[in-house]
Design a protein around this ligand. Structure first.
Ligand SMILES: [Fe+2]
Ligand SMILES: [Fe+2]
Length: 494
């Protein structure tokens, strides 16, 4: 049945998006997924007779029966990694993502691919249906058949389920695509390091610096960050001590791009931000190596020299003709990156000004990367957690608190690359923060197996996974210092 021709919603016809469903139905469908999610979760906690369930079941019934009445029948089906409601792909909202993912995982585990409501249901039917569903043994092939038998014996003829359809080769195709992106990510990452190294060398020796390639790579990085930021973010854990300056520029660029993405920047603005971040310390190429690499603290004259690097950077960038038209915000971004919110940084200004948005973004990315990398004057770097704590401590005077919040959402409260101890006494490395801000403490982690021979990567697990009783399978107890455990974090991201 085609809802666009329904007489109740005539004005929606012309607004129908090309794929998916119109907003009203989409809202109901999202609501249905959320209700299913909560129903499954609370049924794992309470028994089927519990009174607390009553209210919630009533609300769920309303959503389900409204949809059945409107659509005639209701089919919720998994196709690959999407839900289809009566053959139309469900577009989930940002808030709905958690429920969407939960349902997808839970149904897939039980090999259930479709639930069909043929006619309206009542409270008893829904209760029993949910209990049969959650009590299905995971991974048993006959689940759909057994489920239907149970429904029949309990006199619930209006609900029917079907097995999960596994499209031949789908799993491999999916991982292959991911792997491909990872390969592209690696290539862009290392090529950018090589290219920035070339540019710096050229500037140092007063040669003509070729930055066209840098611009192309920044565009590629923007594309990758938009597709899946976790790939490049993972690469920032590669801290190459010998090539600090080059690695640092690329890392700052990755963090900045991921922030810009969250701020809703256009591709053009993102590319400009990426290039600005890559070149933020370009002024250092004119500062003597002895000062840059001095193990002891700098004397006053040396500091004076060091503090000139933002201004020298501006000068260099203005002379890079190949960058094409240079947007003033790129130049200002470089100038501003050590100013700090209260202007207590450098260069010293004659007149008060606001720190530019590019400057504020780069400043956070810059501080975080510098703190988490070992340097000649600070051999043991801060752990990601310590670095975040330090940034937070200075949030009002030195940083933009809103941007800092975005940054923390990006790296997670357990930032990518943190070594964590789980309550199961297992070790894990944070691989990807949870999409949902309310589960910042439940990232996806790579499990680490340790033996006399060293450490190796095991499976990747999502910390929102629960057991049959609805309890989380694993929790983070604390972060650990990878140096003490002799674990090379970067290895896990390559
Ligand atoms: Fe700098
Ligand atoms: Fe820097």
């Amino acid at each position: 049945m085609d809802i666009t021709h329904s007489s109740t919603e005539p004005e929606k016809v012309s607004q129908k998006p090309p794929e998916g469903m119109e907003s009203d139905l989409s809202k109901l469908a999202n609501n249905l997924v959320t209700k299913f999610h909560v129903l499954m979760r609370i049924s794992q906690i309470y028994d089927s007779k519990n009174i607390a369930l009553h209210q919630f079941i009533q609300e769920s019934l309303q959503t389900i029966n409204t949809l059945i009445k409107r659509e005639g029948a209701l089919s919720l089906k998994i196709v690959k990694d999407d839900f289809f409601l009566n053959e139309r792909r469900l577009r989930y909202s940002v808030e709905g993502f958690t429920s969407f993912k939960y349902l997808l995982t839970q149904w897939k585990k039980r090999l259930i691919g479709e639930v069909i409501f043929k006619s309206p249901v009542d409270e008893r039917m829904l209760r029993e249906f949910i209990y049969v569903l959650i009590n299905l043994e995971e991974g048993r092939e006959e689940n759909a058949t057994l489920f239907n038998e149970q429904l029949a014996s309990r006199d619930i003829p209006s609900i029917e389920v079907n097995s999960l359809e596994v499209v031949e080769g789908e799993e491999e195709a999916f991982t292959l695509q991911k792997e491909d992106q990872r390969e592209v990510g690696k290539k862009v990452f290392f090529e950018t390091i090589g290219t920035i190294k070339g540019v710096i060398t050229q500037i140092k020796s007063k040669q003509y610096a070729d930055v066209r390639k840098l611009k192309r790579l920044a565009q590629k990085a923007v594309h990758l960050v938009i597709e899946d930021e976790s790939i490049l973010l993972g690469m920032t854990t590669i801290k190459n001590y010998d090539e600090y300056t080059f690695n640092h520029s690329v890392n700052v660029s990755i963090y900045s791009l991921a922030m810009g993405k969250r701020l809703g920047f256009s591709k053009k603005a993102l590319t400009e931000l990426g290039i600005t971040a890559l070149l933020h310390d370009i002024g250092k190429s004119k500062i003597p190596r002895e000062i840059l690499n001095k193990p002891a603290s700098l004397d006053e004259e040396e500091w004076g020299m060091m503090k000139k690097h933002p201004l020298i950077g501006v000068e260099i960038v203005l002379n890079l003709k190949q960058l094409g038209e240079i947007n003033p915000r790129m130049v200002v971004g470089i100038f501003d990156h050590h100013l700090k919110s209260d202007l207590s940084g450098y260069p010293k200004l004659f007149r008060k000004k606001e720190v530019s948005l590019f400057g504020r973004i780069i400043q956070i990315a810059d501080s975080y990367d510098a703190m988490t990398t070992s340097r000649i004057y600070k051999k043991t770097p801060y752990t990601p957690e310590q670095a975040l704590a330090l940034l937070l401590r200075e949030r009002t005077v030195h940083f933009d608190p809103v941007l800092l919040k975005i940054f923390i959402g990006l790296v997670g409260i357990y930032p990518i690359g943190s070594l964590v101890l789980l309550n199961t006494r297992e070790l894990g490395i944070v691989y990807k923060p949870n999409h949902d801000p309310k589960w910042l403490d439940r990232p996806t982690v790579i499990m680490v197996a340790r033996s006399e021979k060293g450490d190796v990567k095991k499976e990747v697990v999502d910390l929102i996974e629960t057991d049959g009783a609805g309890r989380y399978k694993r929790n983070i107890v604390k972060t650990l210092d990878p140096d003490k455990y002799h674990i090379d974090i970067a290895k896990y991201f390559l």
